[in-house]
Structures are given as C-alpha cells and as structure tokens.
Write a protein that binds this ligand. Sequence first.
Ligand code: AMP
Length: 211
Amino acid sequence: MSSKLIFLGPPGCGKGTQAQKLGNELKITLIATGDLLRDAIKDKNSEMGKKVKSYVETGALVPDDIIIQLIQHKIDMLNTFILDGFPRTIEQAKQLERITKIDKVIYFICSSEVIVARLSNRRICPKCAKVYNLITNPPTNNGICNNCKSTLEVRKDDTEPVIRERIQVYERQTLPLIKFYDQRLITIDASINDIDLVYYNLKGSLLSVNR
Ligand code: AMP
C-alpha cells in the first residue's frame, strides 16, 4: 500500500478520524499539525506555542515558515507516514516536495452544512486526542473519554463564527492543492455520517490504486 500519504479536506470532514484508524491498523506514523500546535499551546514554556496561539484560536493559518519548521524534522527519518492537516497552502506543498516524495493524496469531500453540524458537536480528549461526535460517535459515558477517562473538551476553534472562518480559509488557501496534486489524488465521499463506511471506502480505494 502507498506509504507516504496526505489526508486533505475541509475542517470537520473526518479526515483526522480516518487517519487515526488507518494509522493504527497499518502501523503508520500519523502526523497531525493541528494536534502538534495545540500541544505546543498547552505547554506554557513553549515559544512556538506563544507564537501560534492567536492564529489557531481564530481559525487563521499559522505562517508557512513556522509550520514547515515544525514538520520537517518529524518526517525526515520516516519511510511511511500520514499527514493530517498539512500541507494547507501551495507554498507548504512546494516545500514538502523538496523534503520528500508523496505517494497519494486522499481528498475528503464534504459540504459546508455537514461540516458546521459536525464541528459544533465535536468533543475531543485533551489527553489522548481521541475525537467524538455527540450525534454520530458519542462517548459511552457522557463527557468522558472511552480510552483514558479524561473529561472531554470543546476545541476553542469549534464555535460557529470560527468554523465559518476556517471554511473560508480552506476554500481560499487549501483548495488550490487539488490541482497541485492532480495525478496523485484519490477522492472519498466524506459526507456519509458513518465512520466505518467511509473507512471501508477509503481502504477499498487505496487497495485498488496499489493493485
Ligand atoms: P486542525 O486541527 O487541522 O483543524 O488545525 C487547527 C488549526 O491549526 C488551523 O485552523 C490552523 O490555525 C492551524 N494549522 C494546522 N495545520 C496547519 C498548517 N498546515 N498550516 C497552517 N496552519 C495550520
């Protein structure tokens, strides 16, 4: 199976959930830039955290040079990985091409209405980063992570005005990547509210391109 993968799609399309599932099953390292940035923000001693906080919390993109610096040393030594949330601009994609060769880009398609509905119901575990949805994928015990029993949180950028801003930023800055990765693109319908079915389709598509 292709081993250097990018998961691309609008915020809330479920690419992070799918990336976690595939990474676990195939034992591929998952690198999610949003998680790395949130970890840095939580660490009060992190210079990076201080620099990126206001961007992340208002739904703007962190400047390319900061993000590339963050990602470069993570992927330098790896032969296989899934990138979730990177690249998000043409400049980031160009820089990534200089670092390594990407095999396939999974493009998750989802409408804005579905995204807003999903993100307003999203809850995350601050400790193990597991993601829940109160409607489609609720935790077994209200407000508590199934894995590590921590209290679930709402992400600061999952409020409606910030969600709308993130969708606009995605359309303006990230959508042009579809053309950039043209020949390497695999398209997945991410509007289906069934995580296992989307995963089944994802694996089917990955297997068929590797045959
Ligand atoms: P995510 O968890 O992928 O939705 O990312 C949350 C936020 O982190 C985004 O809204 C951006 O502020 C920031 N971020 C994550 N990845 C990138 C990236 N590749 N380039 C710039 N900003 C990013």
